[in-house]
Design a protein around this ligand. Sequence first.
Ligand code: ADP
Ligand code: MG
Length: 567
Amino acid sequence: MNKDYNSTPKIEILPEHIIDQIKAGEVLERPASLIKELIENSLDAGSTEICIHLVENGLDLLSIEDNGHGMRFESLPFAFVRHATSKLRTYEDLFHLQSFGFRGEALASVASSARLTCTSQPVDLKESGGKIIINGGAQELLIPYHSGNQGTSLYIKDLFYNTPARLKFIKSKASERSALKKMLYAFALSNPQTLFSIKWDEKEKEIFKPVLDNETSKRIEQVFFSKFSKEKNNHIWNTTESYLNYKVEIYFTPETYSTPQYRHHYLFANNRFFQDKSLHLSILRTLEPIWRLNENGHYVVKITVPPHEMDVNVHPNKTQIKFLKSDIIYSLLVTALRNALKLHKNEPSSLLPAMAPNSFFSREENQSLNLINMNSNQNELEFHEPTFAIKSSSSSILGFISESIVIVTFEQKLYLGDVKKIIASYISFGLEEFIKNGDPPGPLLISEPFKIFQGKIDSHFDDLKNIGFEFDRLNSDVIVLRTLPSFVPQNISRDITLCLLEYFKQNKTSQCDSLLLKKFIEINWNSFNSLSTHTLENVLKNIFTHDNLRNYSLVLLEEKNVRALLK
Ligand code: ADP
Ligand code: MG
């Protein structure tokens, strides 16, 4: 707007169609938010079959056909008027809503912005339905319409026909598509009895056939291993925990997948899809013993909560939920996952790529794989190596010379590494990055208690919080850890935390000096027993991607070095 301070502006009320277009921005942030509204409408209408067609990720054409209860001819135009809804009559109704929608905004918004055609046939096939065409808010056609099948079809062309400014905000094609997929699969998963057919442009079509009431896990299989997913290994583990009226049901794959767009991560609370970074991080953290770092598998988590103990954000685009007792959910989630890990611990390694027996090396086993064995018994090495190599593309651990010296291969070269230095540089570097990126720390599912007397350390709680370690004092001699940065491997987190507490106690600093801290951890960290080979491998993966970390903690075993040793 041009600012002209020489004349007083006239205050005017915006014309209705502009108000609608502004509103459209709320609902139509992107095609994925529109598809959410439309599928909810179809489900609200009791549909059991929903067919969707998307051209250019819904920007050119977004159509949805359902077999729901339809609309009568007289009501059809009202569907596209703002604040017109069949779902709410009185203020009190707001508190007993059974449907998804209730504000009567979605269709008005899309009608103001796009070009659309809608046909609808009511349940009573003798009754007349209608056909309506609206282009950029202007009604072009309204005629009675009859069909032999009940239901509603909506064709939306040029989604941003009347609001091209919005088009600019649409992110990359790939990210629109993955947002759409996420939304569509979320509905497929939460409505397993509904048939979904999804067609992309003129080629790919996915059909999710309805499954029986007691076979809902079949729908999960359909989504996880749809014909577009490259991975055909269909193992799904299922685990459940409950407490009072709370229940957490988890389906996940032991396999991990390197392509992010093929990973399925879904959280549902009372069958409503939501997103929650902390819960997600907790799942990754708990599955750390089997999932490779930066390469996770699929999961579906279904949470049942007493309805009055969760707060659904009613903004149409938001998929966030607040829980009154989130600690119960965290505990159930972790317990369920841990139980599953325990239960499957002895599965054959073909099923468990990352959980190969080596990951659970006992100390004795580690010790037996020493250098002497390596020289004298080639077979043993060959026997152990393949299990490491199954998934590890980059680095793998060949064995240990002592508890703190590890032999590693990376890109066909052999290295000797100092485990203390590896951990120290991984943690200090990780913290540097954590601070730089401002990542959120992951809440601990079960707060970790430490016996630390009240004193100087209490004045460092803020410093510790700044690096992702949030403490509360319970009483004069116990503090509890509430959060951890997500890069800290769980099985050594306790020792790392103790190192940090000691570091702040001993040093006057209120900040984390990376070099000082590295030295400190190197001297004080001692939890060789809890460090699994798998975790160490994951840590090494990171070490090898940063030259300075690698040079600090590992030496390349070149022939001349070995010869020097043998002299
Ligand atoms: P809301 O869902 O909040 O009521 P919408 O703008 O999404 O608002 O829809 C307006 C009205 O149009 C709904 O209340 C419903 O009566 C009708 N409607 C929309 N989509 C369908 C559909 N697929 N089948 C039957 N009726 C529908
Ligand atoms: Mg609606």
